[in-house]
Design a protein around this ligand. Sequence first.
Ligand code: G6P
Length: 622
Amino acid sequence: MCGIVGYIGKPESPSDKARDVVLEGLARLEYRGYDSAGIAVAGSQPLAWLKREGRLDNLKAAIEAEPLPPASAAIGHTRWATHGAPSDTNSHPHISHDERVAVVHNGIIENHAALAAELAERGIERVSETDTEIAAHLLAIELEKGADLLDAMRTIAGKLEGSFALVALDSQHPERLVAARRNSPLVVGLGEGENYLGSDVAAFVGETKRALELGQDTIVEVTADSVNVIDFDGNPTQAKEFSVDWDLSAVAKGGYETFMDKEIHEQPMAVRETLRARTTEQGNLQLDELRIPESILRSIDKIIVVACGTAAYAGHVAKYAIEHWCRIPVEIELAHEFRYRDPVVNEKTLVVAISQSGETMDTLMAIRHAREQGSKVLAIVNTQGSTIARESDAVLYTHAGPEIAVASTKAFISQIAAAYLLGLYLAELRGNKYVDEIAGYLDELGKMPGRIEQVLEQEEQIRELARSMADIDSVIFLGRHVGYPVALEGALKLKELAYVHAEGFAAGELKHGPIALIEEDLPVFVIVPTPRRPLLHAKVISNLQEVRSRGAKLIVIAEEGDEDVLKYADPSQVFWAPRTTPTLMMPLVTVIPLQIFACEVAKAKGYDVDKPRNLAKSVTVE
Ligand code: G6P
């Protein structure tokens, strides 16, 4: 959702750099999802700002037509509408009634209506429909009373309810930016004689690799040479410095037509990197980052995975493996449902939060609830410095690199790999598996990047099929065992990217209802288990038969050499998973054709696969 960039340089040398850094940062944050963009700059001249509905290009065109003055400070924003429709007026930055202060905001100020009423009594009316505008006026009132921007921010932070990452610029003091954060993400980038703010590190990754994590309920004052962090009570607090391991090339398309294409192809790397450095030279598992005491990990009697969207399907896959390896019951729960249903969690429960962004508000609220109940929380997260990573007891980073396309691909694969490492670690620790068995599983995991590459070789055939099916309006996905969450993920990808109505079902459930949907020419994807699991395999082959006999169009993902599927499906509509892939590892390969298919149907329909309509990459509101 909303993206924030801030730049602060030396006030004595205003230039176009402030504007350029912010515009570049906004371009790199486009992936979060947005519907309007804006910028405000200040320096030797009065505050200047421009904002436009639609793509960043609209804002850039407006700047061409109406250049911004040289500046030492700039703040920018990509907005994903919550309060008020997308429009120039509702775009950020919002400007105070006296045109002294500009603010950008990510989050929701829940008591905005009450605060707006108070402002109206003072004769200050909102010009936009946003909650954010209130903050600009409140800050200006404090400045007018003689406070500086830091004190003003501290005063208003105490009045705001809800979630906010709020960055403010006082045009009378363009030598500093002040920001406050509660629940919404914000990081500081450390430069030489200049500093940055961003809703995530992608905002400034082109400028610096040094960054600071900001804790909950903190206020930060940033000048060209200093960073001062305090809590809402005004006490100095420490912010942890970290080094950003993403580089600029990782946030560029690198020759691919879209980020989605690039990220689909980066999946072997994503698994390789996630596994790397987690085994010793002797092949033993080593998860140094698991700072939860071993005695606690030995005593847990239940694991609950909380996550949303694709990350939840990765958790669903992990359930099969962790239960099988560790004999611990694993529940998978959508984070937004978990929090509000009084779940049974206690100090014997390990809550595993899975999130690419580490900022999904639903997931964040779920882990806070779990920790309040005494559970330990382990996060599987891709983004360094993110809130979920910071607020968990331990973090297992997926090293997939930045995922820019809104719909998740490589993060999914690396989340499964990380969860498997966790499962194997627990199995070893709790004595469920012998060391050599663990080594065997690790060896198989290590082969997965190569197996993913083999599936990627079928890309053109999958794309061709997708183009020939671009007019589909309803699709069913079926899978059994670990193929079931893959079916759910395949359906989600098609909904997200191609806006096609798609449903995933457990194949065994077909006869209990969904079979009524099967009709002539309906596309039905079936993920067939390996013939090496005859019981599972036979049942899904029966499903193929049932679907085929009703005239549906079958598209099958099966293990290489599985002759049975060819009795029901046209060979041009069968995609192969490498032979001998263990059942539990199958999702890492069987999902690939489904991702490519959805991507290509969307392209054939002329849609932007990196930025599907209505979706945000990082959903920072509940
Ligand atoms: C959004 C995205 C999905 C993603 C989900 C969870 O809905 O559009 O692609 O799977 O959030 O995101 P997370 O960052 O927590 O993995």
